[in-house]
Design a protein around this ligand. Structure first.
Ligand SMILES: [Zn+2]
Ligand SMILES: [Zn+2]
Length: 337
């Protein structure tokens, strides 16, 4: 089969032979696999991986074969894959903090993933889906599950004002989650005009261009002193700083975006103390994949209106370019093309 293999330096399409699934694994014929910002970072050497490895961690497909000890999944099931595998034995797993697992591995990062005709995955990582759910939406369940955890970390309460920095795919998903909550105001800060417009279409009450001088004063005025929850979905220390300044006393700042590891920002501890502000991170998707599946299958979260561009596996380089240049909100590899 064809697979996009990362050898530690570059990503190349190669002919790859499949092994047999183990007793607790399933063989999936991949339907689609999303290209994530993390994939771009892995190839640029800015995010860890265990090469040689088939990349692609946001994928779905049809189960073609199941191992002898698999009961929960059957041949013919359409499934989405949670790529993050925890050990269940370390101190963090035992404390229920599985995203902090000391032996965490991920499909498409450390173990062969979904940019391939087929993928072998542990059955426990698979979530059966309705056969009618389009693969283009099923690949978004992984990013949605991560966003749900970030949203949970924001501890949104009824009547809150929520400020979201960045209206890429994650920012828009956060906006959709906020729309499901009884919040007072949803404010999106985003430099790109098209993305601001799509935020308004998705129900943002106000949108602001951070390149305008008066935007933070305006937000302070509208909200009465800042957001009760401010969620950074950009991945920039500079933007985290801007987001921090807009947290209302007693409020929460969620750092969701992945800032470069060597960047920092200056913060006055007195400020955090006096304003009683919580600053929290959000790493991966502990126990939120099922929620993601349920929200999409119940129709509460609609993913059919997002600007997604599909490429064939043979055009994976073009797909990566598309994702890197942010030509669309999301890029996926569609195995039916
Ligand atoms: Zn990802
Ligand atoms: Zn563990």
């Amino acid at each position: 089969m064809q697979a996009a293999l990362f050898d530690g330096k570059t990503l190349e399409l190669t002919n790859y032979s499949l092994r047999k699934p183990a007793v607790d694994e399933v063989l999936i014929k991949v339907s689609a696999c999303g290209v994530c910002g993390t994939d771009i970072k892995i190839i640029a050497g800015k995010s860890g991986a265990t090469p040689p490895v088939v990349l692609g961690h946001e994928f779905c497909g049809i189960v073609e074969e199941v191992g002898d000890r698999v009961n929960s999944i059957s041949t013919g099931d359409f499934v989405s894959v949670d790529p993050n595998i925890f050990c269940g034995e370390c101190q963090y797993c035992r404390a229920g903090k599985v995203n902090l697992c000391e032996n965490l591995t991920a499909l498409g990062v450390d173990i062969d993933g979904g940019f391939a005709g087929y993928s072998i995955v542990p059955a426990k990582q698979c979530y059966p889906l309705p056969p009618k759910l389009p693969p283009q939406q099923a690949v978004l369940l992984e990013p949605l599950s991560c966003a749900i955890y970030g949203f949970q970390r924001a501890k949104i309460e009824t009547g809150d004002a929520v400020v979201i920095f960045g209206a890429g795919i994650i920012g828009l998903i956060m906006l959709k989650l906020a729309k499901l909550s009884a919040v007072r105001q949803i404010i999106v800060v985003e430099p790109d005009k098209i993305r601001r417009e799509s935020s308004l279409q998705n129900g943002a009450d106000f949108v602001f261009d951070p390149q305008t001088a008066e935007y933070s004063a305006e937000i302070n005025k509208i909200t009465g002193g800042g957001g009760n929850a401010v969620i950074e979905c950009v991945g920039s220390a500079k933007v985290v700083e801007q987001a921090y300044r807009l947290v209302k006393p007693g409020g929460r700042l969620v750092i969701f975006g992945v800032s470069p590891a060597d960047r920092s920002w200056t913060v006055k501890p007195y400020d955090i103390f006096r304003k009683d502000i919580s600053i929290v991170g959000s790493f991966l998707n502990p126990f939120t994949f099922k929620t993601a599946v349920e929200l999409v299958c119940s129709g509460k979260i609609q993913l059919n209106d997002l600007d997604i561009k599909s490429f064939a596996l043979r055009d994976i380089q073009k797909a990566f370019e598309n994702q890197q240049r942010r030509n669309s909100l999301k890029t996926i590899i569609d195995m039916s093309i």
